[in-house]
Write a protein that binds this ligand. Structure first.
Ligand code: NDP
Length: 300
């Protein structure tokens, strides 16, 4: 079998164009422009790239982008004061604090100071609790993107066996909650899981979020299963020239694609969906803040 490739780049472009259409209607019919504030503390190069990309895509869908760049030695009090100001600003519907924060700042405290209704990353403890109890919440962007692609590919996920590799708060746990919400039978595997290959072999859906390059080989995959590869790992690529690198996922793409029914590539799979879902969440937050109907198909 050769797997269907789930094209996350095209899927994300479609999500962004749906968001842009809704934004245009919000502006024309209600005079409202959704606004996303992104706070970056320090000069971590990867974070700077993400923040630039988020700002660019926010503007491209017609939303307002507010970027706040703070020095690496910004005090917790100053950061909390900025978040308080953004919480109160009616032009700001979504707030994202780029992680990781410099070590002297308490990330949990900072994230939990964001108004949960504006917490478009879905990391606030209230949103975690709402998701866990099946209530309306802001859903973390990467798992939301995975869910959208799975729903699109399968229609109903009801009754499917899903194995989530990884139990992080930003990917593994919310992914498992979302799959459970769609009536999958869910197993969460992690570094202490026994007989991991056999656990994965039972899965109709495998979501790999481990952070280990090409860890999952094809002979762990049940024939016809759907493989969603969240991992983003940079490895040496001597075949491209000395000192060159390339991105790979947490699954060994070639051997898994030979067995799976469908698979997301890296790059071009889950990655582009994350920012698209951030924009979708900002739109959802804006609609909720203004008592308007939420866009269909763009939330969990
Ligand atoms: P974390 O490091 O927070 O979590 C990794 C998880 O993998 C942990 O639960 C860990 O288990 C588990 N794990 C580690 N080694 C093994 C192993 N040998 N067998 C089974 N489980 C193992 O990572 P994140 O969740 O933040 O990210 C995971 C990957 O996804 C990374 O590659 C990251 O770059 C990528 N990512 C991609 C995004 C995107 O937009 N596409 C967004 C976010 C992340 P334990 O808890 O026991 O230590």
């Amino acid at each position: 079998m050769t797997a269907t490739v789930i094209d996350g780049k095209a899927f994300a472009a479609n999500v962004r164009s749906q968001v842009a259409e809704h934004v245009a209607v919000l502006k024309a019919d209600h005079g409202i422009t959704p606004g996303l504030a992104v706070v970056l503390v320090g000069e971590d190069p990867a974070s700077q790239v993400y923040v630039r990309s988020k700002g660019k895509q926010t503007v491209e869908v017609g939303m307002n982008s507010f970027e706040h760049k703070l020095d690496a030695d910004t005090s917790e009090a100053d950061l909390l004061a900025l978040i308080d100001q953004l919480n109160k600003d009616p032009a700001v519907h979504g707030i994202l604090v780029q992680l990781p924060l410099p070590g002297h700042l308490n990330s949990d405290l900072v994230i939990n100071s964001i108004d949960p209704a504006k917490d478009v990353d879905g990391f606030h403890i209230s949103n975690v609790g709402l998701l866990g109890t099946g209530q309306k919440s802001m859903v973390p962007c990467t798992p939301l993107g995975c869910l959208m692609m799975l729903r699109d590919h399968h229609g109903s996920l009801s009754g499917m066996n899903a194995v989530v590799l990884g139990r992080s708060n930003i990917v593994g746990k919310p992914m498992a909650q979302l799959l459970l919400g769609d009536s999958c039978t869910v197993t969460i595997a992690h570094s202490r899981t026994k007989d991991l290959p056999d656990v994965v072999r039972g899965a109709d859906i495998v979501v790999a979020a481990v952070g280990r390059p090409q860890m999952v080989p094809g002979d762990w995959i049940k024939p016809g299963a759907t493989v969603i590869d969240v991992g983003i790992n940079r490895i040496d690529a001597p075949e491209k020239g000395e000192g060159k690198t390339r991105l790979v996922g947490d699954v060994d793409y070639d051997s898994c694609a030979a067995v799976a029914g469908a698979i997301t590539p890296v790059p071009g799979g889950v990655g582009p969906m994350t920012i698209a879902c951030l924009l979708a969440n900002t739109l959802t937050a804006c609609c909720r803040a203004n008592g308007l109907a939420e866009p269909e198909g763009l939330t969990a």
